[in-house]
Design a protein around this ligand. Structure first.
Ligand SMILES: C[S@@+](CC[C@H](N)C(=O)[O-])C[C@H]1O[C@@H](n2cnc3c(N)ncnc32)[C@H](O)[C@@H]1O
Length: 461
């Protein structure tokens, strides 16, 4: 509702009130969505951080839970289909948007994402975009343009599920270049296409994968994962959550731990462990696990997760580079920080917050962490290096540089038969490499995250 401005000829001025405040339902959510788009696109801020329930953007946290969910849905669609949305807007402009009109562009993208991808009435999407523009001093003079462009999109454009989004158009140039260079253009198109589909929810179960698949109405994948069909309500409401029978983990993220084989009774260090999906796998398989992570808040989450699952591990907060255990380990897992380009299906912001230079920086960090992790393995012991990047500079190149620098280590090739159900993901050299179009990427097959894992054995101490 609009407040009166209080300007009246000749009458005594009313007490001063702030600018008009438009507080109609749903407007704050759209404004927050445009603001967070600006943070992702203009400042390369991670959406995970911005939307964190405890530490996320304060304006988002002030919204009702329903509006928070709407903002996340708008942003996910707006980023996933950014190229298509940009083209739909551009096709309805007489001339390009003025340079420096970043906030106007974000308002348009937020409006168009609702029309093309979400179940929001067109009139609400358009009206609230116009109101967002009006409330933003940098965009207010373009509110007529916002109205005209979005009304035309609503009238003319195809929407999901008929929206035919071109994978290439929705993949930023830097990422497309990297994918084509490594995988060739056909597979790159498959990967970029898989980025446009919503990722399913995968669970890792402690035991009885078929039983849990039947109980939860999902399907078993491999020996330990259940892929859920669409669920209603929170995941914590599902059978087996309270009892700690399973945890959420992409099926690809569950593979690296399996490269250790039987870990029962072994001393295993899980470096970069939080929030603990792989720690849980190791502990559930009977390993004596030391889980280290430099983030105290993430270690807190890891402990909560293990608590729910009834699993135990020694937990430490600290930097891998400074970790000085009393004794070396029989096995060490380094699930290193990475660009996360393998998780774009779940985190479409990654395509816009990461770039080539960042990948080079992360590859350098990974090699340093891997070299340090290698010092913590006893002779004859095993080291697994993993990450969720699709970029070979963070995977195969790091592994190669590591082997060149460490003659005390040899690659221990993975045999396809070790990964039942995922034989296709083992390279001829014996390295695990998944990309999201595998397992039938797309809404029907569900795909999987991009993951890399190499296994090394320490030959001499
Ligand atoms: C990819 S996540 C790990 C996911 C985890 N392994 C799992 O399966 O749930 C990377 C983790 O590395 C941690 N990290 C990054 N640099 C680190 C360092 N130098 N020392 C210890 N932990 C680090 C981050 O805090 C983050 O939790």
């Amino acid at each position: 509702m609009k407040a009166a401005t209080g300007r009246g000829g000749g009458k005594a001025a009313r007490p001063h009130t702030p600018r008009d405040v438009d507080d109609r339902p749903g407007l704050a959510a759209r404004q927050v969505a445009a603001r967070l788009m600006a943070a992702v696109i203009d400042k390369q801020t991670s959406l995970d951080g911005l939307t964190d329930a405890a530490t996320g953007h304060p304006h988002l946290r002030q919204l009702e839970p329903r509006d928070q969910a709407l903002v996340k849905a708008i942003l996910t669609s707006a980023l996933r289909f950014r190229g298509t949305i940009e083209a739909e807007i551009a096709a309805r402009l007489e001339r390009p948007l003025p340079s420096g009109a970043a906030s106007l562009r974000h308002v348009l993208h937020v409006g168009a994402a609702q029309i093309l991808c979400l179940d929001v009435p067109d009139s609400a999407a358009v009206d609230l975009a116009v109101a967002s523009a009006n409330a933003d001093p940098r965009a207010a003079r373009f509110s007529g343009l916002v109205n005209a462009v979005l009304r035309r999109i609503a009238r003319e454009a195809k929407r999901l599920p008929d929206l035919q989004a071109d994978p290439r158009q929705n993949c930023p140039d830097w990422l497309w270049g990297r994918l084509v260079e490594q995988y060739g253009s056909e597979r790159a198109a498959g990967i970029a296409g898989a980025h446009l589909a919503r990722a399913p929810i995968d669970l890792t179960v402690k035991t009885d994968v078929r039983g849990w698949a039947a109980r939860l109405g999902g399907r078993a994948i491999g020996t330990h994962s259940v892929r859920l069909a669409a669920i209603e309500g929170p995941i914590s409401g599902l059978d087996g959550f309270e009892a700690g029978e399973w945890w959420v983990q992409d099926v690809a993220a569950a593979l690296p731990v399996r490269l250790f084989g039987d870990v029962a009774g072994k001393r295993v260090a899980d470096l970069c462990a939080a929030p603990g999906g792989k720690t849980a796998q190791l502990a559930a398989a009977g390993a004596r696990v030391t889980a280290l992570d430099q983030s105290s808040s993430r270690i807190r989450r890891l402990k909560e997760n293990l608590g729910r699952l009834g699993l135990s591990a020694e937990t430490l907060t600290g930097d891998v580079m400074a970790f000085e255990p009393d004794q070396r380990f029989e096995a060490v897992l380094l699930d290193a920080p990475c660009s996360s380009t393998g998780t774009i299906r779940r985190h479409p912001d990654v395509a816009y917050t990461k770039d080539d230079a960042e990948i080079d920086k992360l590859a350098g960090l990974q090699l340093r962490l891997l070299t340090r992790a290698a010092d913590l393995v006893e002779a004859g012991g095993m080291l697994v290096f993993a990450n969720c990047s699709t970029d070979g500079r963070e995977g195969e190149d790091v592994a190669r540089a590591f082997l060149q620098a460490r003659p005390d280590y040899a690659l221990e090739p993975v045999a396809p038969a070790e990964l039942e159900g995922f034989e296709f993901a083992v390279s001829p050299a014996g390295i695990l490499r998944t990309t999201p179009e595998m397992l039938g990427g797309g809404e029907a097959g569900g795909g999987l995250d991009g993951f890399f894992a190499a296994r090394f054995r320490r030959e001499t101490a």
